[in-house]
Design a protein around this ligand. Structure first.
Ligand SMILES: Nc1ncnc2c1ncn2[C@@H]1O[C@H](COP(=O)(O)OP(=O)(O)OP(=O)(O)O)[C@@H](O)[C@H]1O
Ligand SMILES: [Mg+2]
Length: 416
């Protein structure tokens, strides 16, 4: 039987360490430590895949230690076990860059195991990706970067969090796991979900965790442009192809060569354009407008829609053959109201980013604000929450939350 994955849990509370041990002993090879010194010597001796740190244990909660681990053992997936966040406090994510996930206590055994399995899978995937990418680059041999540079870039890339803030019990975990599974394979992915649910974020994470990560990621918003403009943006054209084509131009598909093209709002494209797109996807080549010759393109297509594209196919408004080309795998992003459990963590994380980008600090949200945010139905999903948090930050004083209370009392909240 193969060896169980090795996990390290650091907590000064022996009761919690024992509880963790009891819950995980059959599934993982769990090592525990009560101090940073003990943890370091375990990291030096063992091949640790995932490390969990109890956040509020003064001795060991420091960001310094986490940073040190990131530098010395960059392959280790790092997680933080948090107590219920005391009201009015935020998680200080300043010190916790690159943390894979937060687990809140008390945990549910099944959820904990699922999360940790995902983390160990990510560890494996990173190692495979790294080996493969390094192998490919060595074969191609046309780069003057040293192997160390390549390695450090790979580490940086693959160790970045997928950016999807969520809790240990979130239904987003399943979604992120699916994204992680499909990312390395060169197949098309169709992302669906309401506006603001994180489709573009998901597309970027697919790209970053693919072997195309160091090639372009190009976004085209198909809903925003009429056919002719969309065509001239995506495809190459040669001088004189149409009025206004004063010089040859390389289109997005070719500029993304080797990388990923994200076709946003794919459900909006006209039947005529669907035919053109289908031809490109089927043949893997484009014919520049105004030219008789074709050129090969090597891109991975990720598309997104907030429509029910399946329904559009049944209703004859979207080509079935194109649908199947775009949707080798489909991933549906849940609306925020179906994962209210994530709202406090998400709001705190959005607040932290807003404080940084707007250079204004507050102590956190009021209890009332957190309660209101969790109760609200967020028709605009994470994007709306993000706007609301920024608004509160700009308008608020030490702790913030009055406007959100107003929002939930407004008529639009009544339907939520
Ligand atoms: N789970 C998440 N964690 C952190 N930030 C998130 C999460 N989901 C979405 N966001 C943020 O919310 C904003 C909206 O996300 P994104 O643009 O990916 O949504 P979308 O589904 O593409 O929206 P639209 O349909 O309106 O284009 C972005 O700023 C994104 O970074
Ligand atoms: Mg989008």
């Amino acid at each position: 039987m193969s060896k169980l994955p090795t996990l390290l849990y650091i907590d000064e509370d022996s009761g919690i360490r024992q509880a963790m041990h009891r819950d995980l002993k059959e599934v993982f090879d769990l090592r525990t430590a009560s101090t940073i010194d003990d943890a370091q010597s375990i990291l030096q001796q063992e091949w640790v895949q995932v490390m969990l740190v109890g956040q509020y244990h003064s001795d060991i909660g420091g960001g310094e230690f986490l940073e040190q681990v990131q530098q010395k053992w960059p392959e280790v997936i790092r997680m933080i076990v948090i107590d219920q966040i005391p009201s009015g406090e935020t998680i200080d994510t300043d010190d916790h860059e690159g943390i894979y996930q937060y687990i809140s206590r008390p945990w549910r055994r099944d959820d904990l195991i699922l999360t940790l399995r995902n983390a160990t899978r990510l560890f494996e995937l990173q190692r495979k990706n790294e080996a493969l990418s390094i192998g490919l680059k060595m074969v191609s041999g046309n780069s003057d970067e040293s192997l160390t540079d390549k390695r450090s870039k790979l580490h940086k890339r693959h160790h970045c969090d997928d950016g999807m803030v969520r809790t240990a019990n979130s239904c987003m975990n399943e979604v992120c796991e699916k994204l992680r599974q499909v990312a390395p394979y060169d197949v098309s992915v169709l992302l669906s979900g309401e506006s603001g649910t994180g489709k573009e974020l998901a597309a970027r994470s697919l790209h970053q965790n693919s072997l195309r990560w160091n090639k372009p990621f190009v976004v085209e918003n198909c809903g925003a442009l009429p056919d002719e403009l969309l065509e001239s943006e995506l495809f190459d054209y040669i001088r004189g192809a149409f009025t206004g084509a004063t010089e040859d131009r390389v289109g997005l598909l070719e500029r993304a060569s080797g990388g990923t093209v994200f076709l946003d709002e794919i459900g909006e494209v006209s039947p005529a354009f669907q035919v053109k797109l289908l031809r490109v996807l089927q043949e893997g080549e484009i014919r520049p407008l105004g030219s008789g010759r074709t050129r090969k393109v090597d891109v991975r297509i990720i598309a997104a829609t907030n429509r029910d594209l399946d329904g559009e196919v049944s209703g004859g408004r979207f080509r079935e053959d194109l649908y199947y080309r775009l949707a080798t795998v489909t991933v549906s992003l849940p609306p925020l109201r179906e994962r209210r459990i994530d709202i406090p963590v998400l709001a705190n994380s959005l607040l932290e980013s807003a404080m940084q980008s707007l250079d204004k600090r507050v102590t956190g949200f009021t209890d009332e604000a957190v309660a209101c945010m969790q109760a609200f139905h967020w028709p605009g999903n994470v994007r709306e929450l993000q706007n609301e948090v920024r608004h509160m930050l700009v308008m608020g004083r030490r702790s913030i939350g009055s406007r959100i209370a107003d929002v939930t009392r407004a008529p639009r909240a009544a339907s939520g």
